[in-house]
Write a protein that binds this ligand. Structure first.
Ligand code: AMP
Length: 932
């Protein structure tokens, strides 16, 4: 091979390698390239440009002339191999010319250039050599170009695919993973195949522009101002929906104009909206203890269609007509949320309709109802009061609910005794029960009616072995309630009550022991009835007798337990603290704060409760005393005894949970409502207290601290006895300075003198409570000191009748204050007496004192003393001047002489008398009336 310079077709000089030994046989001429680095290529292409002389055109050439040459390659890591054996080369191909030329014209040569391309797989070494073998042809190699192929960098479906070298084989495809362009995310893995000839094939998957960006010629461009794109899958940027805007490029959502909102569930494509305005034209129709509330939809719905309503129910104290907006000053503290027993139909919240029936309300009670309108953006907007409308109303008087259970005891041939529970909702003081009964066979064709004031009655004159049907209904000032469901009981063939059916033990004894014992018992009964003749009962009022039956529970003193925790767990339920929700502080007890709150026990309705807690840092004794109240309370179950819900002892602070009494303690309650109740209402309260005390005395429990401050009042004016704390303190600690711990003004003389606490001393205290109630919370013995009170009692002085106090009530008080405790009435007798008064309200009208003993009130004594006329005390009493007011209101003007100032001084003992004096007569008229 010779290196020769020639001119190409365009007459540009080029270098060539030539060989042309056509006349000599056995030619084997090699021409080899330098080392060619592979550079990652796997298949290389060799393009050879050459010219070749046609053998036939060569004169004198015989069989030795050839018209082809051979192409070889040799792979090697060595870039400078000096000698490579022929046999190391691998043949690629024998290359023939497509065109050969026949002659060379001097000066105008006609060159026919051939271009041949061969490809070869080179995968094993870093590079290779090429070689051209001539075996006797006339050739000129003009150029050799060596190359490999790639699939060029490209972007397809928003994914970039890099420049990729093709595979080693002509049929092989290289799989390539694309990467998402800026501001885009994979929709599905982007993939393509690079074909052997450098073509991209079969695109799969791809990317999507991020939120806030959209595709523009293979890239992702930000949405412009006023436009947004929320999701990558959205086709492109959209204009902001109504009442919204975007202020920056690339918005994913448009912000609402001020005053407009978007609910969490609203799509970004939805217009921004507003909360509704208040519901309109709220009207209420009261029907006894239910209310129908109806309203019109709000004037503005705020551009939405998901308006709903919710109802707030508040119970308000008398006189509170203020709208109780939370935190808006006066009025709010006068209303409390209604209890969970109120029913709302179809519901209380999430209402789609504009009409609700509210039932199970309390009778004659002030309520405020607030109807709120909501929609999807109410919460986001934080809108409150503007969206509601309220109405304040008072429910009607309502008759009591039906009696739910009747029980028969003491069944004989001709009689049976019935007993029943008070209706669930008395809706006032129960004045009477009516029992209707008939023989079952007779249906209601002929029936009998009995009336009673107690919750039991003896029905006599019945036929033996006959089934009777009984109904009971209760009456309050609002009239009769519905009759109970029918209860059937049968008389039997026996003249005496059957054992096991509530037999009276006295009766049983009687039948066994014959006439002698009968006489004995009769004598005893006679004596007792003589002593108590003042309080003799009618047959119907014999409820009390039954409680003397065996089987009545007796109170167990928790201090008899060695381990106080055992007592608490026997009598009180442990409550999980998580079910208590404390709301506010309502008072201060001996051991710490008293709060109100709510209690939700699983499977039961949520109720309002009072929570007493034991403040931190207590001693063992304090813990014991604190929990003893719960151990005592937990043993009682009576509508006039505060009910224990349970205790928290497993975690701190320790708590005692009781029912919640909306009106707090009785003394403060009465002072707040001075003069606002009817006598019947006051007697109703006293009856409740007496009933609770009778229950306690039946259980042989002595309270020791009965006083109006220890009576709690609920929203129905039901009074309940509470505060079982003090009782033991005295007995446990004989050295205590007991005169300071004993509530002197409420305590019977024998209990003060030698600590003889009995049910009879509780009756004394009850008399004081009566006086407190009728005088609307006046302090007993006003501002006299304890020593004077004790002295006055010893001398036989008793509290005078409070203003407007019916004579019978004052007489009952005086009976409770009998010096001899056996002379005092029992709670059972007090209860009967009060029931009689309620039945005959006429007896409560007499205010003048006509009782057999005449007491001169202490204040009058003090006064007479102060003006030096004490000696006239009895004369005045005999003349009927038994109180300062009777003296004051007397028109005769010759009683006694004194100075105006001494009289005024003495009046400070009784603010009510002083008030009436100043109002009624005027201080200027004073000397005229009282001169002698
Ligand atoms: P106490 O320690 O029992 O005298 O309670 C202190 C004050 O808390 C009482 O005077 C009441 O005002 C109040 N209180 C206690 N128990 C209740 C209750 N069950 N419901 C409402 N208020 C209560």
């Amino acid at each position: 091979w010779e290196e020769v310079s020639i001119m190409d077709e365009k007459n540009v000089p080029i270098r060539t390698y030539q060989v042309c030994n056509v006349l000599e046989p056995n030619q084997n001429n090699w021409l080899r390239t330098d080392w060619i680095p592979r550079s990652g290529a796997q298949r290389v292409y060799v393009e050879v440009k050459f010219t070749l002389r046609d053998c036939n055109s060569l004169p004198g050439v015989t069989g030795t002339c050839k018209e082809t040459f051979n192409l070889y390659y040799h792979e090697s890591n060595e870039d400078r191999e000096s000698y490579i054996k022929e046999s190391s080369f691998i043949k690629v191909d024998t290359v023939a010319a497509d065109e050969s030329f026949t002659q060379v014209d001097v000066g105008d040569r006609i060159m026919k250039l051939n271009t041949e391309v061969r490809d070869v797989k080179v995968t094993t070494r870093k590079g290779f050599y090429l070689a051209f073998q001539d075996v006797g042809a006339c050739i000129a190699l003009v150029s050799v170009r060596v190359f490999y192929k790639t699939c060029p960098l490209t972007i397809r479906n928003l994914a970039t695919f890099p420049d990729t070298v093709t595979g080693a084989d002509t049929s092989s495809l290289v799989e390539v993973r694309g990467s998402c362009v800026n501001q885009s995310e994979e929709r599905e893995e982007p993939k393509m195949y690079c074909g052997a000839d450098g073509e991209w094939l079969v695109p799969i998957g791809g990317c999507l522009c991020n939120p806030g960006y959209q595709e523009k010629s293979g890239t992702c461009k930000a949405c412009s101002v006023g436009f947004y794109k929320a999701k990558s899958s959205d086709p492109g940027c959209s204009k902001c929906p109504p009442h919204s805007h975007s202020v920056r490029d690339g918005a994913t959502v448009c912000d609402c104009h001020s005053g407009f909102f978007r609910a969490d569930s609203d799509p970004p494509s939805m217009a921004c909206t507003q909360p509704p305005s208040a519901p309109q034209q709220l009207i209420s129709v009261v029907n006894e203890t239910s209310v129908v509330l109806e309203w019109a939809p709000p004037r503005r719905l705020g551009g939405r269609s998901d308006t709903s309503y919710s109802l707030e129910c508040l119970i308000c104290q008398t006189g509170s007509h203020n709208y109780p907006r939370p935190g808006s000053g006066s009025g709010s503290h006068l209303c409390l949320p209604c209890g969970s027993d109120v029913l709302f139909s179809p519901g209380q919240t999430g209402l789609k309709t504009t009409r609700v029936v509210v039932s199970e309300l309390r009778a004659h009670t002030h309520y405020t109802f607030i109807v709120h309108a909501h929609n999807g953006v109410s919460q986001a907007s934080g809108a409150g009061a503007a969206q509601s409308v309220s109405v304040t109303l008072t429910t009607n008087q309502a008759a009591p609910s039906p009696v739910s259970f009747i029980q028969a005891t003491d069944v004989t041939r001709h009689s049976l005794s019935l007993a029943w529970q008070q209706p669930d909702r008395p809706n006032g003081v129960i004045l009477e029960y009516e029992v209707k009964f008939y023989e079952k066979d007779q249906r209601e064709r002929s029936y009998r009616i009995m009336r009673t004031f107690s919750r039991s009655v003896d029905v006599t004159g019945l036929n033996p072995l006959t089934v009777y049907v009984f109904h009971v209904r209760a009456r309050t000032a609002a009239g009769y309630g519905e009759f109970s469901a029918p209860f059937e009981f049968s008389t039997n063939s026996d003249p005496f009550p059957l054992i096991g059916e509530g037999v009276n033990s006295a009766f049983l004894l009687l039948s066994i022991s014959g006439v002698g014992i009968l006489l004995l018992i009769s004598a005893a009964v006679f004596i007792i009835s003589r002593r108590r003749s003042k309080y003799s009962k009618t047959k119907q009022d014999s409820e009390e007798e039954k409680h003397l039956n065996p089987g009545v529970k007796i109170y167990v003193d928790p201090f008899t337990y060695e381990d106080p925790d055992q007592a608490i767990h026997e009598f009180a339920k442990e409550i999980d603290v998580s079910s208590i929700h404390i709301e506010r502080v309502i008072g201060m007890g001996e051991f710490g704060e008293v709060c109100s709150g709510r209690l939700r026990v699983q499977g039961k309705r949520e109720i309002y409760v009072a929570i007493k807690s034991l403040k931190a840092g207590y001693s063992d004794k304090q813990r014991r005393d604190f929990l003893s109240e719960a151990s005592i309370m937990g043993q009682f179950d009576h509508p006039n005894i505060i009910r224990l819900e349970g205790v928290v002892t497993r975690c701190k602070p320790l708590m005692i949970i009781t029912e919640y009494m909306e009106n707090g303690s009785l003394d403060a309650f009465l002072r707040k409502h001075d003069g606002q109740f009817t006598v019947i209402q006051l007697v109703g309260m006293l009856r409740g207290i007496a009933s609770g005390m009778k229950y306690l005395s039946d259980m042989s429990y002595v309270h020791r601290d009965l006083a109006a401050r220890n009576i709690l009042v609920n929203s129905n004016l039901v009074c309940k006895v509470s505060d079982f704390g003090l009782s033991r303190v005295l007995e446990d600690d004989p050295e205590a300075a007991y005169t300071t711990r004993i509530p002197i003004r409420w305590t019977a003389p024998e209990a003060i003198a030698y600590r003889k606490f009995t049910t009879a001393s509780d009756v004394w205290s009850y008399g004081i409570v009566m006086w407190e109630v009728v005088s609307y919370g006046e302090r007993p013995y006003w501002d006299m000191n304890n020593q004077d009170v004790i002295k006055a009692m010893e001398e036989g002085y008793r509290l005078p009748a409070p203003m407007d106090c019916p004579v019978v009530l004052h007489q009952l008080m005086l009976d409770c204050w009998e010096r001899e405790r056996a002379e005092r009435p029992t709670f059972s007798q007090i209860l009967n007496m009060l029931d009689k008064l309620i039945r005959n309200p006429g007896t409560l009208r007499h205010h003048r004192q006509t009782h057999r003993k005449t007491y001169i009130p202490w204040s009058m004594c003090v006064w007479l003393q102060s003006i030096g006329l004490e000696r006239y005390r009895d004369t005045l009493a005999a003349a009927g001047y038994t109180s300062l007011d009777s003296l004051l209101l007397h028109k005769q003007d010759h009683i006694c002489a004194f100075t105006q100032q001494s009289y005024i001084n003495s009046l400070t003992y009784n603010r009510r008398i002083r008030a009436s004096f100043i109002q009624g007569t005027g201080e200027n008229n004073f000397p005229k009336i009282l001169t002698s």
